[in-house]
Every structure is written in C-alpha cells, then in structure tokens.
Design a protein around this ligand. Structure first.
Ligand code: AKG
Ligand code: FE2
Length: 625
C-alpha cells in the first residue's frame, strides 16, 4: 500500500473536545441544514436488530475513544489494486439494486451473499484491506468492528448534501467511515468530488481507483458528494464501530437465529414475518459461508442443536443432533399445522448444514445450457454440467427447444431479489417497472404458455421480462433479427419485486435484450416462433408464438440461455470485467467473452470454501466450548 498523496495525518486535526458530552457541535454546522443520511444497508440494519446500541451515544458526538485522535480524517492511495477495484465493480453490477436514494444503486455485502455467494471473496478481501488501513491510520488496531459493507454506484444526477455519517439514531454506532473509490473521475465518470465542509486540507477529494478517504463518522467530519454529471462513480463504503456487537455479520446471523427459532417453535411463518427478517432467514446459509462468525455459530449450535441437522420433513422426528445423548423432542403439533397450512409458503431452508453444500453448489447452473445430457424424463430440460464454449449455444439451439431449468437450489437466492421495505416503491408501482408492468405478465403468460403464469415465482412473473423489454419496436422479422444480434434469454428468476427490472435495465445498457421464458411454456420440440407486442393502457402486452413447424418461424440462430436474469447479468458483467466490452454486438461476442467464467467461478468457489468452517471445525468448537 502506498501512503497517500495527501495523507492527512497530523495536520488534519480538527476540533478537539475534552468532553464530547458537553461540548457543543462545531459552529460551522447547522444541524438543521444537514441532510439526513439514508442508509443503503437498511435491508440489514433493521430497527430492533439485536445489539443495536444506538441509544448509547447522542448522534454526532464523537465516541470518547475518538475524541483525542491526532487526526480525524485521512486519505490514502493504493489501498486496493486496480484489478481488485475492477472486480468489485463487476461484483457490484452483478448484485446491485435500486432504492436507497435517487440515481444510486447499491449492493450490500448481504445482497452479494444473497445474489451469488461465490462473489463474496473479493468483497471480503477488500473489506479486510480497508479495515486494516483504517485501523492503522487512526491507531485503532483490532478495535474496530465492520458495521456495514456495501458497494455503491452513483450515476449521473446522484449527489449527497452536507451531512455527517452518524446523523440518525440508529447510525450512532457508526464511529469511523471509509469510502474506497473503485474508478476514476474524468475517465469513468465526471464530477462527483467528495468534500469536507471545513477543517484541515484537503477539503476536496477527487475519486481515483484505489483511493481511500476515511474519517470519524461524527459531526467533526461534515461532508458531501457533488453531483455526478456523467458515467457511474463506484465506491466501496464501510462503516466501523467501536462496539463489537455492532458487527454486521453476527447481527444478520442473530436475527436469523431468532427467525429460525420462531419457525421451529411453530410461530410466525415466513410470510407473516417482517420481510426484512424473511430476507435474513434466507441469508443465514450464504452468510455463514463467509466463515467469519464462529462464535455466533457456536452459540447457535449450542442453543439450537437441531439447526445443525439437514431439514427434515416436518412430520418425521428429527434424528438426534451430533454428540447429543437425548433425542430432541418430536415436532410440536403447532409445527405440523403450520406446515400443512403453508402450501403457498415454500419452506425456507434453514438448516445450517445446507449451507456448505449450498454455497459450494453447482456452478454450472449459472452457465448457459447446452443440449447434451438432457434429462430423459423431460427431454426439453437439459441437465448436468452445461457444455460451455464455442458451439455450445448452437448445439442448444439446434436441439429445437427452449429449455427452462426446473427448480434449482439457487432460485432461492437468485432472481427473487430482496424483499425489503426499502424497495416497497417498486412493488407498489411507484416507480417505472413496478406493478403496472407486472400485470402484463400474467396476460403474456397465458398467451404464451397455457398456464405458465400460475407458477409462482417462476413462469408467470418471469414473463414480465418480456413486458418490460422491447419498447415496441418492429414486428416478427425485426424481432428475429434481434434474436440473431443480441438476445440473451433468462428465465426462472424474478418474483415481481422490482429487482428484475433493474437487472434487465442494466443488461439493456449493455445492449442485451432479455426475454424471460415461462417455466412450462414450451413443449418438447417447440420453438419460439415469434412474439407480438402491443401497448395497452401504457403497459406492454407480450404474446409468444410457439410451435414446432420450423418452416413457420425462424428459430433464434444463436442463443445464450441463462437460467435467470441474475445469472445473465452476472455473466454479462463478467464479460465486461474480463474484456472491457461495454456493449455486445452479438450473442457470439458475449459467448466468447464468457470463456473464462467457469474457471473464474470455480476459483472463487475455492476461495469461499477455503473460508468455510468445516463440520470438523464446528464439532471441535462445540466440544471446546
Ligand atoms: O461516496 C462518497 O464519496 C461519500 C459517500 C457518503 O458520504 C456517504 O455515503 O455517507
Ligand atoms: Fe457520508
């Protein structure tokens, strides 16, 4: 790491306060003028989360430990390598969601965990590098817990007014802030300077890839972000806390434990729960897979040994937990009732044991399918590792049918998006791409697939892809030309929560059209012969023409199939990451750019597995404890 171009140590001392409780705030800052800072991490920082100690300090006052630091801010260059910065942009663009402020997308570390856990290693590595740099800069070695990690993209129009970073009660546990720039002003985007309102120089910081600006989160560091006028300004933001219990990892796990216990006790079902909590429940597995929260897991295992077992059908007694003498009690009638009544609520897999297997799950789900290795029970559905490489897509197309993946493990994690209240506006149709467009979907589904629309979480909602895409251009011939030129098919994901729209939008920026296939829309041998798009009351209707008479329609000559929109987006972003291509002129070009994906993914899976606690580790931790 290179010391900063303007490492501000020493001369950056601002106001020193002997007594933070009684000293008034800096005179230059009128708190009423400060913009309230919203939090991209709302999805994982719900009010009432265990360990929230926001009440312990008045927002904005420096923590006593930070009151007499020699410096309250610093800028350091070269904290991350350019390559890691690029990789993080890839991770960000593969996992990000709209919502927390205008013109800004974000991907919290939890979003990444939920989107594709094997993308965590670069993020966790970067988080660690930032933590180390910050601890060294402020002399806080081993004192900080990471309270929040997120990747943020500021596109044209994004700005943030004067504020400090602990200006809400629940943010008061944020003691140190760090912003690591991932790309370059003047190159990847224009304007978007970071500015401190007053105090020692530098007051204005131009974002450069690898540059870190770190400062105490209290009111001594009022700052803003000037409006971005072009491109996308990408950052890694971390907040640190001096309170160990504020660490982001165990909080999530703790909430999930709670959810699990509620569930085990026959309490609320996932549906009745606060969506934030449901989110957390889903993430337990992937989150634990970072392997960082041994103590929490240990506690979990001790208190709830049944969680260590694979999920059993509810009407069968659970086998005894490892090492336990007495068998656990049979499931209570309340549980059985819940299970019986919850046909519509797919069980959220909550066994910790699932986790290793899940995050180490089959990567080929993310890859385009080939036509080899078809499932004999359903020849329209190829199975097994997808052949990937030149010719794979052609082979698939010549098979003559669109194949749609059936349920696969990651559908639980991918494509559904994260149903947090932060994104309510999308669900409510307050934002373009919300409910109104999704209504199209059902109509499209029926037209296309004869009942595909009824398949919750799959076909019906997936078709909204068609509804969203296209913009009413051209007829069948033109469409077919589009297929040839630039079509990426995705299917199976999307629960109509608005996330799909964002992902589709990102794909569209890359010049890729996405059409979601109904889960059960295609019979064996059928092809998509064409589609008709009409506009009705501002919403686009899509009708698909299917058939097996190849004379009647033109099959897409080159087609990359992705099992979900998320997977398609991820692949497209990977292609950008590897080749720098920002637009793909053809599916073939994209396919070529994706050559290295399986290898990359396997490598990252290895990284992830390397960080996983094994069951042996867990066993010995339990016996140590
Ligand atoms: O992106 C930046 O430069 C700073 C962002 C910021 O101030 C914040 O998110 O609180
Ligand atoms: Fe800030």
């Amino acid at each position: 790491m290179t010391a900063g171009s303007y490492a501000a140590k020493g001369h950056c001392r601002k106001r020193q306060r002997a007594d933070p409780e009684t000293t008034p705030g800096p005179p230059t800052v009128d708190e009423t003028d400060l913009e309230e800072k919203s939090d991209p991490g709302t999805s994982v920082s719900p009010e009432g989360i265990a360990g929230d100690t926001a009440g312990s300090a008045e927002a904005g006052h420096p923590h006593p430990r930070l009151a007499n630091l020699p410096s309250v801010r610093t800028v350091i260059d070269g904290v991350l390598s350019p390559e890691l910065c690029r990789e993080l942009i890839f991770v960000f663009r593969s996992s990000s969601t709209v919502g927390y402020r205008p013109h800004v997308c974000s991907a919290t570390i939890h979003d990444v965990a939920a989107t594709a856990p094997w993308l965590l290693p670069p993020l966790v590595r970067a988080r660690h590098a930032v933590l180390s740099a910050v601890e060294a800069a402020f002399g806080l070695s081993l004192e900080l817990a990471v309270e929040f990690t997120g990747l943020i993209g500021w596109s044209s129009g994004a700005a943030l007014g004067w504020h400090h970073d602990a200006n809400r009660e629940y943010l008061a546990r944020r003691h140190v802030s760090a912003v690591l720039y991932l790309n370059n002003q003047g190159q990847d985007f224009d304007t978007g300077d970071f500015r401190f309102q007053d105090g020692p120089e530098p007051l204005r910081i131009a974002p450069r890839a690898g540059r870190l600006v770190a400062y105490t989160a209290d009111r001594r560091n009022v700052h803003c972000v000037e409006e971005v006028s072009r491109g996308e300004r990408c950052t890694l933001n971390c907040w640190f806390s001096l309170e160990p219990q504020a660490a982001e990892d165990p909080q999530v796990v703790a909430v999930e434990m709670e959810v699990e216990v509620m569930r085990e006790q026959g309490g609320k079902t996932g549906r009745e729960m606060n969506p934030k909590r449901r989110l957390c429940a889903r993430e337990l597995h992937v989150w634990c897979s970072t392997g960082r929260e041994y103590q929490v897991l240990q506690q979990l295992c001790r208190n709830h040994p049944q969680l260590l077992l694979p999920r059993q059908p509810r009407n069968r007694p659970l086998p005894p937990p490892p090492g336990s003498e007495s068998p656990p009690p049979p499931p209570s009638p309340a549980i059985a009732t819940t299970a019986a009544a919850s046909n519509d609520a797919p069980p959220v897999p909550l066994s910790v044991r699932v986790l290793g297997g899940t995050s180490a799950g089959p990567l080929h789900d993310l890859l385009p399918l080939g036509s080899q290795g078809a499932d004999p029970a359903n020849p329209a559905i190829p199975s097994g590792p997808a052949p990937f490489g030149p010719g794979a897509a052609d082979a698939f197309v010549s098979g003559g049918a669109l194949a749609v993946l059936p349920e696969c493990w990651w559908l639980r994690y991918l494509g559904r998006g994260l149903p947090t209240t932060m994104y309510q506006q999308l669900r409510d149709g307050g934002v373009e791409g919300g409910e109104k467009r999704r209504k199209t979907v059902a109509a499209g589904g029926e037209a296309a697939g004869g009942g595909a629309g009824g398949d919750a979480g799959g076909g019906g909602t997936a078709l909204s892809g068609g509804g969203w895409e296209g913009g009413g251009e051209g007829g069948g011939g033109r469409r077919n030309a589009d297929f040839a030129e630039s079509t990426v098919y995705g299917g199976g994901g999307g629960r109509g929560d608005g996330y799909g729209d964002l992902r589709r939008e990102r794909l569209r920026h890359l010049g890729l059209h996405v059409l979601m296939a109904p889960r059960r829309g295609f019979e064996r041998g059928e092809q998509l012969l064409g589609e008709k798009r009409t506009e009705e009351k501002g919403a686009e209707q899509v009708e698909w023409r299917l058939g097996n008479d190849s004379g009647r329609g033109v099959a897409p000559p080159l087609l990359l199939w992705f099992p979900s929109l998320t997977a398609a987006l991820l692949a497209a972003q990977f292609a950008w990451f590897r080749t720098g291509a920002v637009r793909f002129r053809s599916a073939k070009q994209l396919q070529t750019a994706l050559q290295g994906l399986p290898e990359y993914a396997e490598q990252r899976m290895e990284d992830l597995r390397g960080g996983l606690p094994t069951w042996l580790d867990l066993g010995s931790m339990l016996s140590d404890g």
